[in-house]
Design a protein around this ligand. Structure first.
Ligand SMILES: N[C@@H](CCC(=O)N[C@@H](CS)C(=O)NCC(=O)O)C(=O)O
Length: 191
């Protein structure tokens, strides 16, 4: 049985939660209290961070690698495009995710200018989504899953307005129609 070391408030864990739900993978969840992490979590992941996947003696940390693993191990339904060139472009979004979350965490820390910097990142997403329906390409997939946890938390826990970003809002509405993402909206509401 697959085990996921998880934390409800963690957006990196949300990536794994959404992908597992999309693929209907049976698994058990071990909730980790991030405010009082058990020492043994460092045996699973030397950084002490979640999410971590475990199956028998095999252990996998790092949410973006977990997404790729789930896609390869459970190919149905596919969450990357069939064409290698399109897959590569979806992966560029995931690769550049740190540029997006830097301002998000600065905003959470209340740093000066962070709201403007995060708006610039939202504007980049909005621009892309005004030209293509999904970050992953023509179909929904891993790049969308990689970003949506932070967009939801920005809107619902940090009170960030998405009013200036119509394509982003439309993307989010389409995402929220998916049960896997709707469940994450509930997780965020309960934080
Ligand atoms: N690069 C990691 C980041 C995971 C991460 O930062 N998780 C946070 C919770 S959202 C964590 O475990 N923080 C505990 C800590 O940094 O001490 C991934 O993508 O999985």
């Amino acid at each position: 049985m697959l085990t996921v070391y998880d934390a409800a408030r963690c957006p990196y864990c949300a990536r794994a939660r959404i992908a597992l739900a999309e693929k209907g993978v049976e698994h058990e969840v071990m909730e980790i209290d991030l405010a009082d992490r058990p020492a043994w979590i460092f045996e699973k992941n030397p950084t002490g961070r979640v999410p971590v996947l475990e199956e028998d003696a095999w252990i996998l940390p790092e949410s973006s690698v977990i997404l790729e693993y789930l896609e390869e191990r459970y190919p149905e339904p596919p969450l990357l495009p069939p064409d290698p060139a399109d897959r590569a472009l979806a992966r560029v979004w995931i690769f550049r995710h740190d540029e997006f979350v830097g301002p998000y965490y600065a905003l959470r820390r209340g740093e000066d200018g962070a709201a403007e910097r995060f708006d610039e990142q939202l504007a980049k997403l909005d621009d892309a989504l005004s030209r293509q329906e999904w970050l992953t390409g023509r179909e929904y997939g891993l790049a969308d899953i990689a970003y949506v946890p932070w967009v939801l938390r920005a809107r619902d826990t940090l009170g960030v307005s998405l009013a200036a970003f119509p394509a982003l809002r439309s993307w989010l509405s389409r995402l929220e129609e998916r049960p896997a993402v709707a469940r994450e909206v509930e997780v965020v509401a309960a934080l």
